[in-house]
Design a protein around this ligand. Structure first.
Ligand code: FAD
Length: 462
């Protein structure tokens, strides 16, 4: 029986990062993973493959819509779907093998198989029981379907099936206008599918800033996506090569149907802790099945910690990673910390959408006196040159102190631009601090500075 300081269960971005940090801090560490490859949902069927397909189809969109305008003439590329899938698989392999290399480099034992916790301090994998002074539960999440909707991963698919469709559908219905639904909807729309998004709420991406939501929906509509909002899906009937969705419009209770070759159910994810034996151990769960933790990732049982999608908070890879590092540090006797007020979120469509901190709606609700600095990418030279001038940067700052409270960006490279604001917020910066920082020209990030200037005496280029 092997003995470890720490055994991490699950090798997603939460678990593998926790394992690496534990090893770096001198703890004898193992990580249990039941999948064939490391990297969890994110690397295998989440962030990485979806971004590969978004990248490939974005290039196609550029070729079809913008190349000729720049004097790049000739036939636009045609789609070789099996090759695009092979490219995606290569990207996954490169990333998952990278984690295997990091495990070897850091002398982390990969215990292959599905793990359970028969007692505190013990982890069972297959027939073997290993001892660990500390256990980190990093078992992630799984797809949450709608009641009465059965996923067959062929006609009615989850995000996992949507990443590996056998052929490009002519018609696709996406149920749920959240991040995953809109990213995958964009991919297939760019590939020529007629995509209709059905959403229960009256807006897309419900937690986003209201102004961003409206602009985002307008841009996606212009790109060809159809939206049916305020519609409650009643059921999905799968036929051999087609599926029929029945929905009721909330405004008048009228019932409608729509059919498609493929229906993507993108209504969210739920924590996955099956088979671990947590209840028997007395590890408390929330009503929604998340593992309950204190402020330091400790569960209700001594020596058992939990992180990532398995606990409450935004289901994001970087949130899981940060918790992984912090939990490792707490176990090693250091002061692990995650600032939950500064966790960015990004939608990798074109344009990208990103946000950090508070939305205007939240500030209003909290009664905070704030000011808005907004700058359109129409005033940004680089964005105009690159046919990427749709969108804006919106910065929210405290009216009295000028301290930055949030940022919401829709536009080119929004997912990268947001981090300048994240760093500023970590340092408790004011909008003026950003406005006084020299930004290279011509860059998209000048739009962030201009939004900061708009919080004060005004932007230059609008
Ligand atoms: P996971 O990544 O789910 O990993 C958990 C691992 O634990 C899995 O590999 C599982 O096999 C293993 N496991 C579970 N139980 C056991 C057991 N008993 N024994 C052994 N192993 C076990 N997030 C972003 O931040 N950016 C994005 O762009 C993004 N895109 C996404 C796109 C899609 C299509 C999807 C589905 C998700 C996306 N996410 C994105 C979310 C992101 O993937 C998750 O937030 C992240 O993977 C959570 O990490 P985790 O380590 O908590 O869990």
């Amino acid at each position: 029986m092997a003995q470890y300081d720490v055994i991490v269960i699950g090798a997603g971005p939460g678990g593998y990062v926790a394992a690496i940090r534990c090893a770096q801090l001198g703890l004898k560490t193992a990580c249990v993973e039941g999948r064939e490859t490391l990297g969890g949902t994110c690397l295998n069927v989440g962030c990485i493959p979806s971004k590969a397909l978004l990248h490939a189809t974005h290039q196609l969109h550029e070729a079809e819509h913008n190349f000729a305008k720049m004097g790049l003439k000739g036939k636009s590329p045609s789609v070789d779907w099996p090759q695009m899938q092979a490219y995606k698989t290569d990207v996954i392999d490169g990333n998952t093998k990278g984690i295997e290399f990091l495990f070897k480099k850091n002398k982390i034992d990969w215990l292959k198989g599905w793990g359970s916790i028969p007692a505190a301090g013990k982890v069972k994998v297959g027939d073997e029981v290993h001892e660990a002074k500390n256990i980190i539960v990093a078992t992630g999440s799984e797809v949450a379907t709608l009641p009465g909707v059965e996923i067959d991963e062929e006609t009615v698919v989850s995000s996992t099936g949507a990443l590996s469709l056998k052929k490009i559908p002519k018609k696709m219905i996406v149920i749920g206008a959240g991040v995953i639904g809109l990213e995958m909807g964009s991919v297939y729309s760019r590939l020529g599918a007629e995509v209709t998004v059905i959403e229960y709420l009256d807006t897309i991406t419900p937690t986003m800033d209201g102004e961003v939501q409206k602009t985002f929906q307008r841009i996606l509509k212009k790109q060809g996506l159809n939206f049916i909002l305020g519609a409650a899906v009643q059921g999905v009937e799968a036929m051999k090569t087609k599926a029929k969705v029945t929905y009721k419009l909330k405004k008048d209770d009228s019932e409608h149907t729509a059919d498609a070759d493929v229906v993507l159910v993108a209504t969210g994810r739920k924590p996955y802790t099956d088979g671990l034996g947590l209840e028997a151990l007395g590890v408390e769960l929330t009503d929604r099945g998340f593992v309950k933790t204190d402020g330091h990732w400790k569960t209700s049982v001594d020596g058992i910690y939990a992180i990532g999608d398995a606990i409450e908070g935004p289901m994001l890879a970087h949130k899981a990673e940060d918790e992984g590092m912090a939990a490792a540090e707490v176990i090693a006797g250091k002061a692990g910390h995650v600032n939950y007020g500064v966790i960015p979120s990004v939608i990798y469509t074109s344009p990208e959408v990103s946000s950090v901190g508070k939305t205007e709606e939240e500030l209003k609700k909290e009664g905070v006196d704030y000011k808005v600095g907004k700058f359109s990418f129409m005033g940004n030279g680089r964005a105009k040159a690159n046919f990427a001038a749709d969108g804006f940067v919106k910065l929210l700052a405290d009216k009295k102190t000028d301290r930055i409270l949030g940022a919401h960006i829709i536009g080119p490279m929004a997912g990268d631009l947001i981090h300048e604001v994240c760093v500023a917020m970590e340092f408790g910066a004011s909008a003026e601090d950003l406005a006084l920082t020299c930004h290279a020209h011509p860059t998209y990030s000048e739009a962030v500075r201009e939004a900061a200037l708009a919080c004060g005496d005004g932007p230059i280029h609008s």
